[in-house]
Structures are given as C-alpha cells and as structure tokens.
Ligand binder design. Structure first.
Ligand SMILES: C[S@@+](CC[C@H](N)C(=O)[O-])C[C@H]1O[C@@H](n2cnc3c(N)ncnc32)[C@H](O)[C@@H]1O
Length: 283
C-alpha cells in the first residue's frame, strides 16, 4: 500500500474511473508493478520490532497465512521460521514473481475477502503486510478482517500495517512527486508520471471521502489511481474490537512501540499486532 512509497513505476492507467476496489486491484495486476516489488528484499524496522517482541510466540513453529505477499518480500523472513507457511495474493503476476524467488513455498492466488479455501481456526498467525489491506474499500476491509478472524485459532495473531490518518500527505500537484533527471528521456518519463498522477486524481476524486476516524485518500503510492484507506489508531482499535480482534502492540515506522494515546503526525503508517479474543491490552 502505501502501497509502494517511493515506487518509481511508470504505471499509466488510461481507463475511465471504475470502483475503488477494481482500480486498486488493477494497479497490482500489472506486470511492471510486480517486477518493481520483485526487487524488494528489505524488512521494515516495525516488522523487525514485531519479530523481536513476538516472533517466538507468533511465528516460530507456527501455522502462518501471509496475505498480500506481493513478490514474496515477507516470505523471505516468515517461511524459514514457520512450521507451515502459505502465501497468497490476488494478483497472479505477484504470485508468479514470488514463486520464481521461492519455488519451494506454497503460494496461491486468493483474495483476502474470500478465504473459503481455509477452515475456521486453521492458522495461528495471519499477516497482511505493507498496508495491503488499505487497497480495499472500507466494506472490503471489513470483509477481509472478518475472514481473517474466522481462519485464526482462538488467541491467534493478526499482524498488519495501515496508513496513519494523522499524517498529512502531498497532493498530486506537489513538486515532491516529480523526480528530476539530467537524462532527457528519463526526465520525460518522470514528467509523464507526474502528469498522470494529476489526471488520475482528477478522474477518481469522487471515490475519496472522509469518514469517522478514517479517510479514503489519494496518494502517490499508486500514482493517485484510486484512494486508499488512512485510519487513526483509535479508529483501528475500535474496528478490530468489533470483529473480536484485540490490539496487543503497535509500532511506528521507526520500529518504536507506541500507543493509541500517542498522537503521531510523522509515521506514514502503523504496524498493528492483534490477537483473536485478545490476551493482554498494551495498546
Ligand atoms: C503494497 S503491496 C505489498 C506487497 C508485499 N506484502 C510487500 O510487502 O512487499 C500490497 C499487496 O497486497 C495485495 N493485495 C491487496 N489487496 C488484496 C486482497 N484483497 N487480497 C489479496 N491480496 C491483496 C496486492 O496485490 C499487493 O501485492
């Protein structure tokens, strides 16, 4: 989600506006986006912080479902520790890219909103990393979370990140969206991408809205192709609670353990660590 902050992909969407879910999915169906993700081998500080605090309990020797794996960035660090690992993504190009790097892994094309291939309580842990869940409409997000709650064992772990509504983000006209190059063709590509962001935002602006504690907001991660979800920590806690998922720990982009009470305008997204039914309340 942010989806891909700083992504330098020339993904041009000439189609007319459609619904938010379709536009976001179309972005990830693209081969060039999958190729961009295939170059990513990092682990975020907040993911490291999660593994340091909860990895032994939540990942080691566990039955793990990894949703929205993209080209398999998280497969690299979860699969070797899990007893059973399944990675899924709704983009066949993403799954193909992940399979080429992890031929030994069990990887499937699946949508988080329909996990009917899995039984109730089948997994100890479900991960949906790098704000993948923010690509869904609000209704889609709730449907995915319901499915995740269903496939988790009682006490099972759900780890995901989501954009921070309290952080301001630049609009499509902001100069920071325009990269510069001395190479004329590269500069032309940067300029086209910048202009595409402006056009995309204009075409899909009716899909953006501000709700209670959350917002569907355009940003540069998908070249303003469709708005994605930004949510406050408090609204996220409440949304999870309704679904029977309790927030256990939360981490900012620096990997610092934080809390719902701590107002944060700097972290672009927050990593949430939750448990089905909950065990202890620290958030
Ligand atoms: C920002 S990318 C992150 C990819 C990967 N997790 C990483 O960290 O590099 C979000 C991923 O979530 C996937 N995704 C988004 N919504 C999904 C859904 N409803 N079901 C399955 N995958 C989804 C996208 O296809 C994309 O690969």
């Amino acid at each position: 989600m942010a989806v891909c902050k700083g992504a330098r992909i020339l993904h041009i969407n000439f189609a007319m506006p459609s619904d938010l879910d379709t536009l976001n999915q179309r972005f990830y169906l693209s081969r060039s986006v999958a190729d961009w993700y295939a170059t990513k081998a990092f682990i975020f500080p907040e993911e490291q912080a999660f593994l340091a605090l909860h990895g032994v309990e939540a990942v080691d020797g566990k039955n793990v479902l990894d949703i929205g794996i993209g080209a398999g960035r998280t497969t690299r660090f979860l699969q070797p520790r899990a007893a059973r690992y399944i990675g899924v993504d709704y983009s066949p190009n993403m799954i193909a890219a992940a399979a080429s790097h992890h031929p030994e892994a069990t990887l499937h094309v699946r949508d988080a909103r329909d996990l009917s291939a899995y039984k109730d309580g089948e997994f100890d842990t479900v991960m949906f990393s790098f704000n993948g869940i923010d690509c869904l409409s609000y209704e889609g997000r709730l449907a995915a979370m319901k499915e995740i709650q269903r496939v988790l064992k009682p006490g099972g772990w759900f780890i995901f990140s989501s954009h921070n509504r309290d952080q301001k983000t630049p609009g499509p006209f902001a100069v920071c969206n325009l990269s510069f190059s001395k190479h004329p063709l590269r500069m032309l590509a940067h300029l086209l991408r910048y202009l595409k962001g402006i056009v995309n935002r204009w075409k899909t602006k009716s899909l953006a809205y501000a709700g209670q504690g959350h917002e569907m907001r355009h940003d540069s991660s998908n070249i303003f192709a469709a708005p994605i979800c930004y949510i406050t920590k408090a609204a996220q806690r409440d949304q999870l609670a309704v679904l029977g998922l309790e927030m256990i720990s939360i981490f900012d982009r620096a990997g610092k353990a934080t809390s719902v009470a701590e107002f944060d305008q700097t972290s672009s997204w927050i990593l949430y660590v939750c448990r089905k039914g909950g065990v202890t309340e620290r958030a």
